[in-house]
Design a protein around this ligand. Structure first.
Ligand code: ZN
Ligand code: FE
Length: 239
């Protein structure tokens, strides 16, 4: 399975998962249809599935058009079926969804929204974390509680250290200011920021990160309890 990163809207990432032998593809969180269609056409691929981590417009905006064009099936969390547009396949927490070479475990990780899920492609060790875990940050807690968000991050922390993190937005450099302010002597963080700046200067995404890297540098993953996490989340919301 090959992974292609597609930049969408202002700072969103959609991801194309590719079965190179059969020329099939899955798209994760298509913010908009156009850039996804362009990539599918350039690479001569047929879109089979659309997977959504959560219902926000910048993650599902392309569902309808892509479904209509390719007759693709939309996959989303069963408890969010009322607000994932065009949903066809309902997946549950802890379920393994499989089709051909594509195989992912679904985890319910509430906090940013109540029905947020992530998709863990365990054969490739790739996690699509949506707006829950970002590189050097985490999503705002819109619908859930800080405790739910903290527990969702704890679940992600239990995955293998070499798990590659593919998140929903290019927020890494922006996030680094907050991490640096509260963790200014962290050498790993300082060197990651250098790498991030270099990537961006070359017009490249700062994604994927790895879980190991995030554990060393992401202040939200490093917080040890809900109280500490909540304090950081409040500070960041007003940063
Ligand atoms: Zn969101
Ligand atoms: Fe988003």
């Amino acid at each position: 399975m090959k992974i292609e990163i597609i930049k969408c809207l202002k700072d969103n990432f959609s991801y194309l998962l590719i079965d190179e032998f059969n020329r099939n593809a899955v798209v994760i969180d298509p913010s908009e249809a156009k850039p996804v269609i362009n990539k599918l056409e350039t690479l001569n691929l047929k879109l089979k599935f659309i997977m959504n981590t959560h219902h926000h417009y910048d993650h599902v905006g392309g569902n309808k058009e892509l479904k209509r064009l390719y007759n693709a099936k939309v996959i989303g969390f069963d408890q969010d079926k009322h607000r994932i547009p065009e949903i066809d396949i309902l997946v549950k927490n802890d379920e393994i969804w499989k089709d051909g070479i594509f195989e992912a475990k679904v985890f319910h990780i509430p906090g940013h929204t109540l029905g947020h899920v992530c998709f863990y492609f365990f054969k490739e060790n790739a996690l699509f974390s949506g707006d829950t875990l970002f590189s050097l940050g985490c999503g705002r807690v819109f619908e859930g509680t800080n405790e739910e968000m903290f527990n969702s991050l704890q679940l992600i922390k239990s995955l293998p250290l070499n798990t590659e993190i593919y998140c929903g937005h290019e927020y890494t450099l922006k996030n680094s200011d907050f991490c640096l302010k509260h963790d200014s002597s962290n050498k790993r963080l300082i060197s990651k920021i250098e790498t991030v700046k270099n990537q961006l200067a070359k017009g490249r995404p700062t994604i994927p990160s790895t879980l190991e890297e995030e554990l060393q540098t992401n202040i939200f993953l490093r917080s040890k309890n809900v109280e500490n996490f909540s304090k950081l989340r409040d500070l960041k919301d007003n940063f």
